[in-house]
Design a protein around this ligand. Sequence first.
Ligand code: DGL
Length: 269
Amino acid sequence: MGKLQKKNAPIGVLDSGVGGLSVLKCLKEALPHEDFIYVGDTARTPYGSRSEVEVRTFVGEMLDFLTAEGVKLVVIACNTLTVLGTETLKGNREFGLVGMSKGERLVLEASRNKTIGVFATEFTINSGAHKAAILALAPTACVVPQACPKLVPLIEGEQFSGEELPAAISEYALSLKAAEADTLILSCTHYPFVKKEIEREMGRGVRVIDPAQQTALDAKAALAADGLLKSEGEGRAVICFTADPERGKRLAGRMFKTEECEFSLVSLK
Ligand code: DGL
């Protein structure tokens, strides 16, 4: 592929389901001239309670799909996949991979008492990656990791108004409140869909941080470093799901205007 052709290629974005749309929102804002192709594996979400072998197989299939689309960069808009290590996911693919920011600098800047909660999937919490990143910068910080396995199914199922969502959030907030965390990072890309509900539960004294904006800046820097930033034209987004694209479209509408986007059902096999 020639340099100009490569510059005009789309950016791939992937997640286990609709969560990565919260990252696509920030990517669209930071990179308005770029085209995006998003793939969300809504047929097999959630990934966060699955084994590493399964998750590696699924992400390989999504990367193969995006390779066939001729992407110039892939943003792994999923913390569960990011903690597998972008280098091992990349293999010998020609495009670069940008994973989710762990947000360690963001939380340490935001926190006054250096007591920081991490909400994420079981898989991400068990990896210890976020805790390690924060402690590497601030060894005396107190990190409170909390797996939140009920949240992804509730968000994917559009269960925003029932009793279950606030009950689950209250349950997960307990450990953070007991430790008096003043900052909480949302280290699963689905959770920004319920950021307001989480903020309400945590109360005014707690800063709730979404690392998606930082991730979008990281993607922009990676493109700029390779001379692949597109600086003109209006970008468009093609959004693909492995099941129920109508539901995906409704959920996307909670993040950005969907009129300009194309939605479709795809098979990864
Ligand atoms: N949205 C994903 C993350 O950031 C994964 C959620 C899941 O499939 O469990 O971790």
